[in-house]
Design a protein around this ligand. Sequence first.
Ligand SMILES: [Zn+2]
Ligand SMILES: [Zn+2]
Length: 277
Amino acid sequence: MKLLSHAINLIFPAACTNCDRTVSTDADTSYFCKYCWQGIEWFNCPCCPRCGLPYLSPYTDIGNNSGSGQPADGHLCGNCIERPPSFDAAVSAGRYAGALAKAIKLFKYKKKVYLGKRLTELALQSSLIERTLQNAHNPAAADTVWGCPAHRADTAVSAQTVIIPVPLHVKRLRKREFNQSAIISSVIGKKYGIPVAANTLMRHRHTKPQVELDGRDRKENVAGAFSVDNQKLIEGKEIILIDDVYTSGSTINECSKVLKKNGAVKVYVITIARMVD
Ligand SMILES: [Zn+2]
Ligand SMILES: [Zn+2]
C-alpha cells in the first residue's frame, strides 16, 4: 500500500493547502509543505503574564523600570490593565494565521481529527506551552510555571487540577460530531497525566461562532451561555480550560467567570492558536 501511495504521489503530486507547492502525501503532516509548517509562528516571550498576548518588542523597561535594557515581560497588556479577565493566566501556542489557521479549520470543519491531534502535539512542543505544563509538574520550578520567567506561578499540577474543554452547544456538537476542544484536552491530559472533566461545563445557549463577530458582539454573544452541570467537580479545583482558538478572549472569560462562580480556585487557559491584530 505504501508503495502504491508513493507511486500515486509521483504521478499526481498533492498540493499544499496553504501555498500550492507540491507536498509528499507520505508525510504524516501532508496537508502542508514543509515551508508552511516551518512558517507557523509559535509564540515566545515576552508576553502578557495574564492573557499571553505576545509583545512586539522584546525590550521594554515598563516591567522592571531598571533601565537595564533587559527583556521585561512581567507587565500586563493594556487590555488586562483596563479590564482584568476572569481567568488567572492564559497561554496560546501560536499565531492564528497561515498553515496553523488552515489546519485548525480542516480539523474543525472537515473532520480531520488526526490533524487536530498532530497539531496539539506540535503545539505542546512550542516553547510556551511545554514550559508551562512541564514546569507545572515540578513545584521547584514554580517561578516559571505560566510561560515566561516573569510569570509568577502560584500553582503546580496537583490532585486538584482538572482539564475542562470549552463546550459546544449540543446542536453544534451533533452537526460536527465532535468537540475539537475535547480532543485537544484528551491529548494534553494523556501526555501530562491530568484528568479531563468533559460535560461538566455546558453551553446551554446556541451561539454564533466568535470568528464571525467583532469586539462587543463577541462579548454579548457568549454572555450567559455557559453553566456548570456538577458543581462538586469544580469546587476547590484548579482548572485548565482548553480551547482551540483565542479570538477576543470573550469565550474563555465567560467560561472562567462561571467556573469561579461555582467554586474553582484558579482558572488557567491553554489554546492552540490566538488571533493577534
Ligand atoms: Zn505550503
Ligand atoms: Zn493581557
